[in-house]
Write a new protein. Structure first.
Length: 119
């Protein structure tokens, strides 16, 4: 079973930046699309950003223009650059692989990485 390990979260002031990383134990990202999700307290997990095998990117409306998803296939790692952070971005961030639809992930959920944005 492929393991996903997210890192890079932390406490940052509004307007700041963070770069999240997601490392896979296998080559799941080299043959599948990848996405970042987040879950705030009391809310459902939501899609933040996705990148297809072909490199096409999609973003949630609330993060467009501020977040950038990228990947390094050779390192089996996916990144999320987050700029101009807002308090409403506070959540636990998770990554996963998918094929076809971001609603159907291929890996087990990792521990996630906590992002806290103070006002």
């Amino acid at each position: 079973q492929v393991q996903l390990v997210e890192s890079g979260g932390g406490l940052v002031q509004a307007g700041g930046s963070l770069r999240l990383s997601c490392a896979a134990s296998g080559s799941i990202f080299s043959v599948n699309s990848a996405a970042w999700y987040r879950q705030a307290p009391g809310k459902q997990r939501e899609l933040v950003a996705a990148i297809t095998r072909g490199g096409s990117r999609n973003y949630g409306d609330s993060v467009k223009g501020r977040f950038t998803i990228s990947r390094d296939v050779a390192k089996n790692t996916v990144y999320l650059q987050m700029n101009s952070l807002k308090p409403e971005d506070t959540a636990v961030y998770y990554c996963n692989a998918y094929r076809g639809s971001t609603d159907y992930v291929l890996g087990s959920w990792g521990q996630g990485t906590q992002v806290t944005v103070s006002s």
